[in-house]
Write a protein that binds this ligand. Structure first.
Ligand code: THU
Length: 129
């Protein structure tokens, strides 16, 4: 199935509904599309020990790895019902680059149109081994 970026946003919105965010009340959902055509979603999961909270993007990417995904990351859509244009945090940018240096980050603007940004632009000079 050919996936549109709009469909990734839609899946990310569904995932955000499952967020466990009792402390910040800030819900986030992410949907990652791989070259295989598979998609994986994630939401943020907070903890009473705040620093242990997990971001939606990293949960989506962890789900992909756990499911055995081996192909390259094509794109990741990120949404929050609390904020339009919810950009990924620094740690999640580094995580995204782990799965492709050419991944696209899909964000929704105020008018509901999409912005597509190269991860390279969000995190230049990424750390690599
Ligand atoms: N959060 C994400 O899920 N992704 C990001 O890229 C930024 C922040 C979550 C973490 C925390 O649960 C809440 O948003 C507020 O920081």
């Amino acid at each position: 199935m050919q996936r549109s970026y709009e469909s990734l946003i839609k899946e990310a919105k569904i995932a955000a509904q499952n967020a466990h965010a009792p402390y910040s009340k800030f819900k986030v959902g992410a949907c990652a599309l791989f070259e295989s055509g598979n998609i994986y979603t994630g939401c943020n999961v907070e903890n009473s020990s705040y620093g242990l909270s997990l971001c939606a993007e990293r949960n989506a990417l962890s789900s992909a790895v756990s499911a055995g995904e081996k192909s390259k990351l094509i794109a990741i859509a990120i949404v929050s019902p609390n904020m339009k244009f919810c950009t990924p945090c620094g740690a999640c940018r580094q995580w995204i680059t782990e799965f492709s240096k050419d991944a696209k980050v899909i964000l929704e603007k105020d008018d509901s149109s999409l912005t597509i940004i190269d991860i390279k632009e969000l995190l230049p000079y990424t750390f690599e081994l």
